[in-house]
Design a protein around this ligand. Structure first.
Ligand code: HEC
Length: 184
């Protein structure tokens, strides 16, 4: 897999440090607010409170993820762009999910969402000059707290989910949404 060559261990360590540093920011997402140092590096599937899900989901809904991954993250294209894989079936952990959202996936359609990606070596240790034609296109720019929230939504809510439920659909689109009656 092409990504393997970008996943060097030192980059991951740097990232873990950067994310711990972000714990000092006044985060509104609080899957980790109570214990910034420990929890911010990992968000386990199914571990979010309803309030955290609502906050994290709002960040996902404001970004461009659903146009390729589908509203439910199941990998169905819902826009005029190529589909992305199911995020419900992802095996990545929080830190790696956040990195993919921030930096994109080189050589694929997965965009970067850090405004400054590849202007310095923050992404996989590479600048635009290093990465050349494999540089991911730019998605909507996201701030660090937004990257945290969306990565938390993927790792803590979407990951590991199987069938879409009516509750899930109504949580996303609102209670009573007609289209949600398609689900049980
Ligand atoms: C233009 C389409 C597009 C958009 C927009 C997009 N993605 Fe992706 N995404 C992809 C594709 C394609 C891949 C698969 C890349 C590959 O082949 O490795 C991917 C891969 C991923 C992965 C890695 C999954 C894994 O298990 O390896 C994550 C996590 C992810 N996307 C999250 C997001 C999030 C969150 C957003 C919104 C902030 C987003 N994506 C926006 C197309 C997109």
């Amino acid at each position: 897999m092409i990504f393997a060559r970008f996943a060097a261990a030192p980059v991951r360590v740097l990232w873990a440090l950067a994310i711990v540093g972000a714990g000092a920011l006044p985060l509104t997402v609080s899957s980790y607010a109570q214990d910034a140092a420990a929890a911010i590096t990992d968000v386990a599937p199914g571990s979010l409170t309803p309030e955290q899900i609502a906050t994290d989901r709002a960040a996902w809904q404001k970004s461009d993820c659903a146009s390729c991954h589908g509203w439910s993250g199941n990998g169905h294209d819902t826009g005029p762009v190529p589909p992305g894989p199911s995020l419900r079936a992802t095996e990545l952990e929080f830190v790696d999910i956040r990195e993919v959202i921030q930096c994109g996936r080189p050589g694929t359609n997965m965009p970067s969402h850090d405004r400054l990606a590849y202007t310095d070596d923050r992404c996989y240790g590479m600048t635009s000059a290093d990465i050349g034609a494999d540089k991911p296109v730019k998605g909507l720019p996201l701030k660090p707290a937004e990257l945290d929230a969306i990565a938390s939504y993927v790792a803590g809510y979407l990951k590991g989910r199987t069938d879409i439920t009516k509750d899930e659909c109504e949580g996303y689109y609102g209670v009573g949404t007609a289209a949600c009656s398609a689900y049980k």
